[in-house]
Design a protein around this ligand. Structure first.
Ligand SMILES: Nc1ncnc2c1ncn2[C@@H]1O[C@H](COP(=O)(O)OP(=O)(O)O)[C@@H](O)[C@H]1O
Ligand SMILES: N[C@@H](CCOP(=O)(O)O)C(=O)O
Length: 300
């Protein structure tokens, strides 16, 4: 019996919530699984043309993680993969592929893993839970990973909170954008990060949209990654003057996320972001999204 798994994109960090805070974006990676006598892996569409069409594919590898955690072997199947998530742009394409694959593997095995375990498998594989948690659960998720498990709180997005993303036309791999970060931080930077991340979670939980731009300040990763993303510093400093409620590097970049109030037109923010791109010599797309609330879905 064929089944389909659909996992959403994500925007991780939201400024100071490095490796711990993220939200779900309604662009999807879809994995269609049909049990059959031999395994076939079929990436579909131009965006996945560079990914392996065999068992080395990241989605298939993710399916085997579910089997390993369940102590079983994966039955053979035809596995078709499609995505709307732009690759290596900081919108969690690898997290969506990983979560979709683990959920698909679990489903193919008859569902031996519960949601908490699926999340833990994904977070351990990724090394941090901030993009896999919203990809699996939807909404806004704050999460941490320790030796006992992956612990999280899922927040329902506040009313009137929308997302605008600027997605540049160039790729930046997460590993490259992690390699530029320092190994150590000062106590002042740690206190700055803790207080801002805590304030941000409180503001999101209470719908305090007025606090977002203050709470989203970050020196842990954005400062170091700014040289990799032309225009980022300008947007972080200035986007609020053009209607953004707050701005952050999305995941490891190069996408930049702005929050907007859905009761107001986003045309001035779009015009500003297009202007930053033009001044920075970039091309790319500016798009508005609601926050996805469904997370990963399985359809039979
Ligand atoms: N649907 C997919 N199928 C196979 N591999 C994928 C898929 N989506 C992403 N990937 C892999 O993940 C890589 C991008 O991961 P990463 O650098 O972490 O960027 P991001 O997750 O921000 O898009 C791609 O280059 C590709 O190797
Ligand atoms: N916390 C991570 C998030 C990476 O997200 P991605 O969408 O770019 O894979 C980081 O900032 O490195």
């Amino acid at each position: 019996m064929t089944f389909t798994v659909r996992a959403p994109a994500s925007s991780a960090n939201l400024g100071p919530g490095f490796d711990s805070l993220g939200l779900s974006v309604p662009l999807y990676t879809t994995v269609r699984v049909t049990p059959q006598a031999v395994t076939e892996v079929v990436p579909l569409g131009a965006d996945l043309a560079g990914t392996p069409a065999d068992e080395r594919n990241y989605v298939y590898q993710a399916m085997t993680l579910a089997a390993r955690r369940a102590g079983r072997s994966l039955p053979p199947a035809r596995i078709e993969i499609e995505t709307q998530v732009p690759l290596a742009r900081g919108l969690g394409s690898s997290a969506a592929a990983l979560v979709a694959g683990i959920v698909a593997g679990n489903e193919l095995l008859g569902g031996p893993l519960d949601t908490e375990t699926v999340l833990d498998v994904a977070a351990r594989e990724e090394g941090h839970p901030d993009n896999v948690a919203p990809a699996l659960l939807g909404g806004i998720v704050v999460a941490t990973l320790d030796r006992l498990g992956t612990h999280y709180v899922r927040l329902t997005p506040p009313a009137h909170l929308g997302v605008t993303v600027l997605v540049p036309d160039f790729e930046l791999s997460t590993s490259k954008a992690r390699a530029v970060l320092p190994g150590e931080y000062s106590r002042a930077d740690a206190v700055h990060a803790l207080s801002h991340a805590a304030l941000l979670v409180g503001a999101l939980a209470q719908g305090r949209l007025d606090l977002l731009r203050h709470a989203m300040q970050d020196y842990i990763h954005q400062t170091w990654r700014a040289p990799l993303v032309p225009g980022l510093s300008d947007i972080l400093d200035e986007a609020w003057r053009h209607g953004a409620l707050g701005a952050a590097l999305s995941g490891a970049g190069p996408t930049v996320l702005c929050f907007h109030d859905t009761r107001h037109a986003t045309a001035p923010l779009h015009a500003y972001l297009q202007g930053v791109m033009a001044r920075s010599g970039l091309t790319g797309q500016v798009m508005d999204f609601p926050i996805d609330e469904a997370g990963t879905l399985v359809e039979r």
